[in-house]
Write a protein that binds this ligand. Structure first.
Ligand code: ADP
Ligand code: ZN
Ligand code: ZN
Length: 732
């Protein structure tokens, strides 16, 4: 019997496959091949072949070996995923209640990376060989090749300023030989002393404190809490340089890919080379190169979005999370995880330092700093010495604009002065499109998405009504679909396009630019336009939250917030915090370098604590009050939350299931269960949604509780889906 064969254990292995199952599967190892934990392999799964990784859990030796399928390919060329990364995958899966294979999938995002890139053809001079006839074109080619190195054909033709046929001629005369060149040479290393800035005393002290943590055995987390323009970036650049000096790899996480372009250029100014970038918009080829470079250690610094956290670094030794408060670090779908929190975990597991930076830290990080879990580094002044912007509120109840207009006279006045002085203004409104709601004046018909409980948003430039939740769009009809009246449709409320219309009306001579994630032309155009703003090529910029984050616009002097109340009404326990952060960030764009900045907040709630805290600049008092309120209510970080979202194509069935699930919840005094309640976004993409929320004290093991509950509760059937969201950020 095979089972008694002492060698048999050697021939099977556990493989984690990229599907939502709780355990690794057992496969046979092909004869002559060896695998170790972390080896990347291809295996048959159902009718397909998938890439997975050998995992260090006991294979299931009880399965009849005749039934076992064999690993179909062992990727010998790639290094196995190391122990630290495997423990991280397990940890994230355990924390999020996700399938480990689905977390591994984030590591193996680039299948192309597993194949070596094919070499490219090049040419090299054959020593001593001379062409039969020497033309000036040929001379130029040979002079270019004087150094003896190999060239790609096109590179050589370009460098020598000749047509490719000249090169072909030299090949046929055996003056040049064709050789294979590696597809991509290793990227150049950052030059640590390329262009160091003279730091202020406060900045230098901050760098010193960060570098101290490099020698601590456990690493640890530092929080840089510095006002906008305080020079946080320069500070962590120097910490980054120090980590590179110690032969560590560094990862910088940014919340928004629109930020990376400016950031890459800034990195280049400091270190003389572009760092590798990693986010959803890079090409497959680039993605594969970065993945391989990170794994081999050739790539030393990665600037990336949250998914970069799952790259297979060889020697990762520092993670910096910039704008750490930003909700974009939370992934809501598939495996819902917080990249900020998981960065802290990755540092903790591998015992290296993690740096969080923000002008408006999250309440969670603040509390961690207060409790001494994180070391707090404060930068209360701007590096340039410039004053923070002068903020004022416009009470829209008294001093608002006339009907059908959105800019109060006071704001218009300020824009006029700013424009006259040759400076830039930014008008901020977190609403894409022209108008958030369109209705019929005659019958009151409202345009709603057929698949979501959401109004369709008019995008006038594109002549479309768009759903911002599922992407569904339709053209704006000639007449009302309900009562057939013509010319009866009215736009209600403003989006950025509508503000732009008003601005062009008021300031026809100004150069106006709308910056919003949905403008035609995609990320490339957005990058160009960000650069135009940075270089002063626009006078009035109208933007969504995209412009609120991290950008450095040196000529920006005035920031007008069109609707300061927009985020306050949500049933989100972090509404006040998020509004404070967003408005402090966006007004912080004003006068960053030279000072003299102004911010104007249009509000109907001038007495709201958030607005008052912003105006008075009493950030500390605001945080203290917010932290107390959270403590009193047992909300994060003092208590723990987990959402369970049930969705399905049939409303009654989904609701019934959610109720049955709630009834099956194990009784535990520590846990409060709320719901099920219809979600605020009651339907998305044709699926009806019901939410349950569990609350428990901080020390309580909510994951075990949820595991037990979902394990023993009714199983979802008929297209139902149950999504667990630990520490939810989004309550819609
Ligand atoms: P933050 O990241 O805190 O918002 P930045 O690092 O972007 O601040 O710095 C704001 C501006 O001040 C940038 O234009 C930066 O180049 C400049 N700056 C920062 N530190 C210094 C310094 N020590 N010397 C000169 N300029 C500096
Ligand atoms: Zn109508
Ligand atoms: Zn929709």
């Amino acid at each position: 019997m095979l089972f008694d064969d002492p060698d048999f254990q050697e021939t099977i292995a556990s493989v984690l496959v990229p599907v939502a199952v709780p355990v690794a599967y057992t496969y046979k190892v092909p004869p002559g091949k060896t695998v170790v934990p972390g080896t990347i392999v291809k295996v048959p799964l159902g009718t397909r072949e998938v890439v997975g990784a050998v995992w260090d859990v006991e294979p299931d030796a009880a399965i009849n070996p005749k039934k076992l399928k064999s690993i179909s390919r062992v990727y010998d060329e790639t290094l196995p995923l190391d122990d630290d990364l495997r423990r991280f995958v397990d940890w994230v899966a355990n924390w999020t209640l996700g399938a480990p294979g689905m977390v591994l999938r984030m590591v193996l995002r680039s299948e192309e990376a597993l194949e070596p890139e094919p070499p490219v053809p090049g040419v090299r001079r054959i020593e001593g060989a001379e062409p039969d006839r020497s033309t000036s074109a040929r001379q130029r080619v040979l002079a270019t090749m004087e150094d003896g190195f190999a060239w790609t054909k096109s590179g050589l033709a370009h460098a020598a300023g000749v047509s490719p046929s000249v090169i072909d001629g030299l090949i046929s005369q055996n003056v040049l030989e064709v050789v294979s060149l590696p597809a991509a040479p290793p990227p150049p290393k950052p030059q640590l002393d390329f262009a160091r800035k003279e730091l202020t005393a406060a900045q230098q002290a901050a760098v010193d404190r960060l570098v101290e943590t490099f020698d601590k055995p456990g690493g640890g987390v530092s929080l840089i809490d510095g006002v906008t323009g305080s020079g946080k970036t320069e500070v962590y650049f120097e910490a980054l340089a120090e980590a590179l000096r110690r032969d560590r790899q560094v990862l910088v996480l940014l919340p928004e890919i629109a930020l990376t372009e400016q950031f890459l250029r800034r990195f280049e100014q400091r270190f003389g080379v572009y760092p590798a970038e990693w986010h959803s918009e890079i090409t497959t080829k680039k993605r594969a190169r970065v993945w391989r470079g990170v794994a081999s250690g050739d790539v030393r610094v990665v600037i990336g979005a949250r998914s970069a956290l799952f790259l297979p670094f060889r020697e990762l030794g520092l993670i910096i999370v910039d704008e750490e408060h930003d909700a974009a670090f939370k992934q809501d779908d598939r495996v819902p995880y917080s990249a900020r929190d998981m960065a802290v975990v990755r540092g903790h597991l591998s015992k290296f330092p993690v740096v969080l930076a923000s002008a408006t830290p999250s309440v969670e990080s603040h509390v961690n700093a207060d409790l001494g879990r994180y070391s707090l580094i404060e930068l209360p002044e701007r590096a340039s010495g410039a004053a923070l912007p002068d903020l004022q509120a416009v009470d829209m109840r008294q001093d608002g604009p006339e009907r059908g207009r959105w800019l109060a006279p006071q704001l218009v006045h300020a824009i006029k002065d700013t424009f006259a002085a040759g400076d830039q203004s930014l008008l901020f409104l977190n609403r894409r499109g022209y108008a958030p709601l369109t209705l019929c004046r005659t019958c009151g018909h409202r345009f709603q998405c057929a698949h979501c409980s959401a109004w369709l948003v008019e995008h006038r430039f594109q002549k479309k009504l768009v759903c911002h939740h599922c992407g569904h769009f339709e053209s704006v009809p000639e007449s009302c679909p309900s009562c057939q009246s013509t010319d009866s449709l009215v736009a209600c409320g403003p989006g950025v396009e509508r503000i732009a219309e008003e601005v062009s009306d008021l300031f026809p001579q100004a150069r106006t630019l709308v910056l919003s994630s949905d403008i035609a032309g995609g990320p490339e155009r957005l990058k160009r336009e960000m650069k135009i703003v940075e270089e002063g090529g626009a006078d009035i910029v109208i933007g969504t939250q995209l412009v609120a984050k991290g950008h450095n616009f040196p000529k920006m002097k005035l920031v007008g917030v069109i609707d300061a109340d927009l985020g306050l009404a949500h049933g989100d326990p972090r509404a006040a915090e998020k509004t404070f952060q967003l408005l402090a960030q966006v007004t912080g764009r004003a006068g960053r370098v030279t000072g003299g900045g102004r911010g104007i907040l249009q509000t109907y709630n001038a007495d709201h604590p958030v607005i008052k805290a912003l105006l008075s600049g009493e950030k500390k008092a605001f945080y203290a009050a917010e932290i107390e309120a959270r403590r009193a209510a047992g909300l994060p970080p003092f208590g723990r939350l987990a959402a369970v979202v049930v969705s399905g194509p049939d409303r009654t069935f989904a609701e019934g299931y959610a109720r049955a699930l709630a009834r099956a919840a194990p009784h535990d005094q520590a846990v409060t269960l709320l719901g099920p309640a219809e979600a605020a976004l009651a339907m998305v993409r044709g699926r009806y949604r019901f939410r349950l929320l569990t609350m428990a004290p901080r020390q309580f093991d909510l994951q075990s509780y949820l595991r037990q509950w979902l394990g023993q509760g009714p199983k979802p059937t008929r297209g139902l889906r149950v999504q667990v969201d630990i520490d939810p950020q989004n309550f819609l």
